[in-house]
Write a protein that binds this ligand. Structure first.
Ligand code: MIC
Ligand code: SF4
Length: 664
């Protein structure tokens, strides 16, 4: 039979396909080789894993990282760390201590293997696509299932190829390339798609540069992003002392793609994403008059040795502007130790930088929030409103070079205008390897006692879906609502990631602080959203907390992939409007009745009655109400319908286990 030319994505999927057909839109099940968790989503994932009753993970490698909740301003984070460390040891999982680095950076350095699959309870897990992995961000429950040897289910994505030619000019970086693709595709442009990078320009990008690009693919809403594995990959792995993990991988010539986008690297210029969306992209040169209060270098997007050395080269021998506060969070202990070794740590110190630990830090509002109305330039990946911890801050996303140049001048500055010689920053031949921050699981795992502190509370569990539901609308929100809106993070709230009752007090705080109380009073309710509802983080708390507050359904114009999966896992119905204009007419306080749900789920169409309580009064002085019919659509697979009927994946898994036991 004639061999059909395949994209790299198709090759990787074919090599891991357990069920389903590789037809875009069809549901497929993938075998997962590796998993990662971080601490802010990890406690839930491990509680869910424990609930499944499996003794030892069945993956080739599972790693638990501590990188988000490292402030430890009370007992909560330390308790969670201890729980994760002991639960990891008990079940055969590697443990990366707090301070060892950001999960995606450390995973790339020490564990990533071209050609393998990885899922992680963090939306930036596709970072590993920079080393040729097929890597997905997922909810904690999906990661728990994969740790137990279960498949990861997604819809077969279509593939967009980005064909790169040329070479990045001086002071133009992989971050600018990431912003360019966001400018072209927008924060919704990647939904249901894999972004596959190729073309001759790829060879000019090192693995850390590629990882910046695959990292920010999350902001496109893409299922994942992937680069080929080539000589650059081999050199990176060799310098990490892991050359044996290398294998070459590339798309077949003649493979077909849904769309091909061509970018000439030589034509790019420094770009910035303006407040408050990563796709709000303009050239840095157009922002010249904007004064800067704060500059942050780091995050899983731009905290590699190469990134920080480029910034240090601009700062060398100089001091930052008086008005600016500069932070540096190296991505890993490896990066920090090499910065110290080459003298660049000293450059940062003398320039006036504040050196933070190797963790997410300011990226997730864990300290270093800007002052009121402050302008903050960050090398990070998300600038959603309020995420920095300061509601009225204006956060711009830029490259390390633009950040460093702006820290020097106190204004948003195109680094090309400083009149400096561009340095050269090749990969080192040998990275400093010291894995003492990573604790392997012990051989006598059975003897480990899992330690839980009082911050660790039960996971909320859904109830089976009745055939009809009458639900008051507790909240209406607009387009592009992120999981940071639904379940905010930051230093004040993140310590409660293992404590859903406490966390629930902050649900939708950015949109309407009265929502949690109102939802509780209503008992069961519905939330109405716009386009791309639930974009951003993979945090399943954005589904578990609404579940705890009684949200039974969310109706939106469209959903982001990971959040929709998390809602279904939790047993909450994600429904769409057949006629999007119906959404605009719904007000808080209206009542929606969903009828014939069981049949509707299977058919993909649900009839709903909308009872609107308008502000006007009828002729007797009572509130006027009108009733009309709307059609809601859903395209659930059989497996998803079963989950929803059972009240979520945990209920379904339990029911399956009980059936298995009964048949023994
Ligand atoms: C983020 O960048 O928003 C986070 C914090 O890393 C999240 C995970 C979380 O909410 O814990 C993500 O990207 O998935
Ligand atoms: Fe951490 Fe920020 Fe990366 Fe999320 S995006 S993993 S918070 S560094």
């Amino acid at each position: 039979m004639e061999h059909k030319a395949q994209s790299l994505t198709e090759k990787l999927i074919a090599a891991h396909l357990l069920e389903g057909q590789m037809i875009p839109g069809e549901e497929i099940a993938l075998r997962i080789d590796q998993t990662l968790t971080q601490d802010a989503t990890g406690t839930m994932a491990y509680l869910e894993f424990e609930a499944m009753g499996i003794d030892r993970v069945r993956t080739e490698r599972s790693v638990a990282y501590i990188d988000h909740n490292t402030l430890q301003s009370g007992f909560e984070n330390a308790d969670d760390h201890r729980y994760i460390q002991t639960v990891a040891a008990r079940h055969g999982i590697w443990y990366s201590r707090p301070g060892n680095g950001i999960c995606h950076q450390v995973h790339l350095e020490r564990f990533g293997i071209p050609g393998k699959t990885l899922i992680g309870s963090d939306s930036h897990t596709p970072t590993a696509g920079g080393i040729g992995m097929l890597a997905f961000g997922a909810g904690g429950l999906d990661v728990a299932v994969a740790m137990g040897g279960g498949a990861y289910w997604i819809r077969m994505p279509s593939v967009i190829r980005v064909e790169l030619t040329g070479k990045l000019p001086p002071f133009v970086t992989a971050k600018d390339l990431s912003l360019e693709i966001l400018r072209i595709l927008t924060v919704r442009g990647g939904v249901g798609k894999v972004i596959e990078w190729g073309g001759p320009g790829v060879q000019t990008l090192t693995v850390p540069e590629r990882a910046t690009v695959t990292n920010m693919g999350a902001e496109l809403g893409a299922t994942t992003s992937v680069f080929p594995s080539d000589e650059q990959t081999r050199r990176f792995l060799q310098a990490q002392g892991r050359e044996e993990d290398y294998s070459p991988l590339e798309a077949d010539a003649g493979a077909e793609y849904e769309r091909v986008i061509s970018i000439n690297l030589s034509e790019l210029e420094p770009l910035a994403a303006c407040p408050h969306m990563p796709d709000n992209v303009v050239p840095v040169r157009t922002l010249g008059d904007t004064a800067v209060d704060q500059v942050c270098l780091g995050s899983c997007t731009n905290s590699s040795l190469q990134d920080l050395r480029k910034a240090a080269a601009l700062l060398k021998g100089k001091v930052i502007a008086d008005r600016v506060s500069l932070s540096v969070s190296p991505g890993s202990r490896q990066v920090l130790s090499m910065l110290a070794g080459c003298g660049d740590l000293d450059v940062f110190l003398h320039a006036g930088a504040r050196i933070l630990e190797c963790a997410c830090g300011p990226c997730i509002g864990m300290g270093f929030s800007p002052g009121s109305g402050g302008v903050s330039l960050r090398t990070f990946n998300r600038n959603f409103e309020g995420r920095s911890g300061t509601r009225d801050a204006k956060v711009f996303l830029v490259s390390p070079e633009t950040a460093a140049a702006s820290a020097l001048t106190g204004r948003i500055t195109d680094p090309r205008t400083l009149g400096l010689e561009a340095g050269s920053f090749p990969l080192p031949n040998q990275f400093r390897i010291d894995d003492s921050g990573i604790i392997p699981p012990p051989d006598d795992a059975e003897s480990v006692t899992v330690l839980r502190g009082p911050n660790i509370r039960e996971v909320p569990i859904g109830t089976p879906l009745p055939d009809s539901l009458q639900l008051p609308v507790a909240l209406t929100v607009g387009d592009n609502i992120t999981t940071d809106h639904i379940m905010p993070a930051g230093a004040k709230i993140l310590p409660y990631r293992s404590n859903v009752p406490k966390l629930s007090q902050f649900c939708f705080e950015v949109c309407d602080p009265a929502f949690p109380e109102r939802a509780k009073v209503l008992g069961n309710c519905i939330v109405v959203g716009g386009q791309n509802y639930g974009q951003g983080s993979s945090r399943e708390h954005a589904a578990l907390v609404p579940l705890y507050l009684g949200v039974r359904a969310v109706i939106a114009k469209s959903f982001a992939r990971i959040h929709a999966a998390n809602l279904i896992n939790a047993g909450i119905l994600p429904l769409s409007f057949e006629n999007p204009a119906d959404g605009d007419a719904i007000r808080q306080g209206d009542v929606i009745t969903l009828k014939d749900l069981h049949r509707g789920l299977a058919e993909g169409r649900i009839t709903a009655m909308l009872e609107s309580c308008s502000d006007s009064t009828d002729r007797h002085g009572g509130a006027a109400s009108t009733t009309r019919e709307m059609v809601l659509t859903c395209a659930f697979t059989e497996r998803q319908c079963e989950m929803l009927l059972a009240g979520g994946l945990l209920n379904l898994t339990r029911a399956d286990l009980m059936k298995e036991e009964a048949s023994l």
